[in-house]
Design a protein around this ligand. Structure first.
Ligand SMILES: [Zn+2]
Length: 237
């Protein structure tokens, strides 16, 4: 792009941002942008983020040239963001093969899966550690048990707010299973309350999203929370 005083888009990240803006694609910290970022692009993006993190370290007056612990930190940070703590932004939806659940002996009960979560708050980029309890009344399709956790972790590996995360998990589980009756309960501790700010020793926060029967039917709701209690007694946190 010429014209703006010779300005040219030299960075791949800028070109991708331009494209997303043009398409009116939202790219908030908790959004998945895998349609715009291929595996090959990631290497270039990691190089560009490394350069930017080097600048951050320089501005923080950290000697990344002679401090052996700070050498390579910029690249480690860039890789960690793309491949680990924010990987759920860049990776496509985990494929969850659905099996039919429409025979006469179909499972009609409630299923409650407990999934460990590691996430990060969008505000301070501090760790959020917790667990999601995903409840579902099976519809016509079933997905493998491990897929619930894969989907929950894919939603969590981004910059999130716990309230948003809870909504995201419910939405993606509904999408993958076609179920309308879904409940998600997330319990997590927040680094941004423990490591800074109020320095609370316990920042346990709970959020719940209830859909369909989980919301409207008192019995279903009670069964969900009773199941969570049973799980917590079995694996206390
Ligand atoms: Zn925070």
């Amino acid at each position: 792009m010429y014209g703006d005083g010779g300005y040219r888009e030299a960075y791949l990240a800028d070109a991708i941002r331009f494209k997303m803006k043009r398409d009116q694609k939202r790219f908030w910290a908790g959004d998945n942008i895998s349609d715009y970022v291929t595996e090959e692009m990631k290497h270039k993006l990691i190089d560009e983020a490394t350069e930017a993190f080097e600048l951050v370290l320089d501005r923080l007056l950290i000697d990344r040239e002679t401090d052996p612990n700070s050498q390579g930190t910029a690249r480690r940070l860039a890789k960690m963001y793309f491949n680990e703590i924010m990987s759920g932004r860049y990776e496509p939806t985990p494929c969850a093969t659905a099996f039919p659940n429409d025979s006469e002996e179909r499972y009609e009960g409630m299923l409650v899966v407990r999934s460990e979560l590691r996430s990060m708050c969008s505000h301070h980029h501090q760790p959020v550690n917790g667990v999601a309890y995903i409840g579902i009344i099976a519809a016509e399709k079933l997905i493998g048990l491990s897929k619930y956790t894969r989907i929950a972790q894919w939603c969590a590996r981004r910059g999130t707010l716990q309230e948003e995360l809870c909504n995201d998990i419910a939405r993606e589980i509904m999408r993958a299973t076609g179920a309308k009756d879904v409940g998600v309960y997330v319990q997590a501790t927040h680094g941004c309350c423990e490591n800074r700010g109020i320095m609370a020793h316990s920042s346990l926060t709970q959020t719940t999203v209830l859909k369909g029967a989980f919301k409207d039917d008192v019995g279903t709701k009670k069964e969900f929370f009773d199941n969570i209690k049973l799980q917590q007694d079995f694996a206390p946190r």
